[in-house]
Unconditional design. Structure first.
Length: 607
């Protein structure tokens, strides 16, 4: 992962590649690189860090080539490093590849290629493609790439060049987006339309299994069998701002729809032979086994992800877990020992309160583990280990995909602790991991039909206040639902465990008062239904997020939003999505700016 750009034509390619990569920076990345065809062969330059660092380095090269490929990488296989940055080259240096996606069978392919004498210089799955194309190359780059893709299992979008066929780029995709277009002076390929929009407005969205051969003056298209075809061309009439939104009306909606990819990317490479792998934690299994207390410290949305983690860590690993608001944690005297694990959660990695809590915890001897979305951020630097949530850059102030990335990351951590503590056997870990991975598809299903969400939002748009309720895991989810509604619609909302409703909040309920309930099937489902009956008896308008197939809930709710059936432990992932959409729909109805709500900032760097 994460951004691809390529050009072949009559203009010097260096500046085109750098400009394209800068356009793709919004996606988030940890390293960047380019490969340019020069008279003396392929020249590859890559740098860990920002595109600006790459551009500064490239300025010292006298590149004159007019064909090349570039990439911004977000680490999946192998740590962020210069060696793991794209493009990757074949052994002989004649072939270079950039790649988005995950090659699931790269270990087997790598072992096979090493047995044939290929020498690898990185830890990535992408380098396998370069060596595989080299192995298959017989004077036809197109055919070598086509044959190579037949051997790949997983998702990929790739662009390949070879100095043996100057001026040629071969592009192919499966389950990862790739866009091809012709400009007035050359041919372009990119993972996102935004990288091409200054040079062409007529593009082809490659389909799964399709391959494009780009030349300076033409582009040919082939199916998986090598047969040429004429593709459908799409004319882009968006401006740059809309292009960055991928055609969605706002960044919030775009980022909500990116959540299935976030789930897949965050889980990628985390399970091998039934054992979970979180190398970034930088603790041995022996050290993890000694952990006897966990603190999750966070603010806002990240705090709610921590509430979900508490349920999982205590329920699975049987380790006491406290969730602390970071701004309070540092001003009291928490019980911390060398066997305490402090998990600091921050979307930006810059949250001042969370950073202060990290420093305090380390002084007191705790191991500190960070979960953040920003590579190289202060939280990442000051923690003993870190999981990056792979959400890419999040533009909308109200967090959606970063939240889900945090929940998935914390779920992985809970599962790892349970495995290390001997609470789960290997086959149980495999099963739970597979079900966790399946939530990506279930979120896609939720996003495919939002009519019920929109209908419920329209019914609630004129309310003055709302109450979110749930029990068990649903109570934690309700907190995040209420926060989203407050953040972007300015409609006051509170969240309570449903059993607490009669201890005060029920006084708020009168005719038409919205009560939004997380009512998915769970061990406490019947208890929740009883609480909803209490609310209905006082005139509440109940909106229930319920499990598909649950017809009984209709007797207790005015509006029902169905989501796929999942294990209760994973319900936070699926149930959060309709609550995000619900909040957004109400905000739109009320004329609010969902991307930049008043008084809020994306990164809170003051106490």
């Amino acid at each position: 992962m994460c951004g691809i750009v390529g050009y072949t034509g009559s203009r010097p390619v260096k500046d085109i590649l750098i400009s394209g990569l800068e356009r793709l920076e919004y996606r988030g990345y940890d390293s960047a690189g380019i490969a340019v065809e020069e008279e003396d062969g392929l020249q590859i330059v890559h740098r860990k860090g920002k595109v600006a660092s790459l551009a500064h380095t490239v300025d010292h090269f006298d590149f004159a080539g007019t064909c090349g490929i570039g990439h911004t990488r977000w680490a999946t296989h192998g740590r962020p490093s210069e060696a793991n940055a794209h493009p990757h080259a074949s052994c002989d240096g004649h072939i270079a590849v950039v790649h988005n996606g995950i090659i699931e069978n790269f270990t087997e392919l790598r072992e096979e290629l090493e047995a044939e004498g290929h020498a690898f210089t990185s830890d990535t799955d992408t380098e396998t493609i370069a060596h595989l194309v080299e192995e298959l190359y017989e004077d036809d780059l197109l055919e070598a790439v086509r044959e190579a893709t037949q051997r790949l299992i997983g998702a990929y979008a790739i662009a390949v060049i070879s100095d043996r066929e100057p001026g040629t780029i071969i592009a192919a995709r499966k389950d990862s987006p790739l866009v091809v277009g012709r400009g007035t002076d050359g041919s372009f390929v990119a993972s996102d339309i935004i990288a091409l929009i200054d040079d062409t407005r007529d593009v082809v969205m490659l389909g799964d299994g399709e391959i494009a051969k780009l030349r300076p003056d033409f582009i040919d298209y082939y199916n998986a069998y090598g047969e040429r075809f004429v593709p459908q061309t799409t004319h882009i009439d968006w401006d740059v701002d809309v292009a960055e939104k991928g055609g969605y009306p706002d960044f919030m909606m775009k980022e909500i729809h990116e959540q299935p990819r976030v789930i897949r990317d965050t889980l990628s490479g985390r399970l091998a032979d039934g054992r979970l792998s979180i190398d970034e934690l930088d603790l041995t299994h022996e050290e993890l086994n000694l952990i006897d207390r966990v603190y999750v410290i966070a603010c806002g949305t990240s705090y709610h992800a921590g509430l979900i983690a508490k349920n999982l860590i205590e329920g699975w690993a049987r380790i006491p877990c406290e969730v602390e608001v970071a701004s309070e944690f540092r001003y009291r005297n928490p019980i911390i020992t060398p066997t305490t694990l402090v998990v600091a959660v921050s979307q930006s990695g810059e949250t001042a309160d969370t950073l202060a809590a990290i420093r305090d915890a380390r002084v007191k001897g705790a191991k500190v583990f960070g979960i953040t979305n920003v590579v190289g951020s202060p939280v990442a630097r000051e923690s003993d280990g870190v999981i990056y949530t792979k959400a890419n850059k999040e533009i909308a102030v109200a967090s959606t995909k970063s939240f889900l990335g945090q929940v998935v990351s914390l779920t992985l951590l809970a599962l790892l602790l349970a495995q290390v503590k001997g609470k789960f056997k290997t086959n149980q870990v495999r099963l739970l991991f597979r079900e966790l991975a399946d939530t990506a598809e279930q979120v896609e299903h939720i996003l495919s039909d939002t009519a019920a969400i929109d209908e419920a939002a329209c019914a609630c748009k004129d309310a003055k206040s709302a109450l979110f309720v749930g029990r068990g895991m649903g109570a934690a989810i309700a907190n995040e639902g209420a926060l989203k509604l407050k953040e972007i619609s300015y409609l006051h909302a509170e969240a309570y465990p449903a059993g607490e409703m009669k201890h005060g909040p029920i006084a708020l309920i009168d005719e038409g008062f919205p009560v939004i309930a997380v009512a998915t099937k769970s061990p406490v489902y019947d208890k929740l239904v009883s609480n909803l009956q209490e609310a209905k008896a006082r005139g509440a308008m109940v909106v229930a997020v319920a499990t598909e197939g649950d017809e009984d809930i209709r007797a207790h709710a005015d509006h029902v939003i169905y989501i796929p059936k999942v294990r209760d432990a994973f319900s936070a992932i699926t149930a959060s999505v309709p609550l995000q959409l619900f909040a957004r729909a109400i905000a739109i109805e009320r004329g609010c700016d969902v991307d930049q709500p008043r008084n809020l900032a994306k990164s809170v760097t003051v106490e």
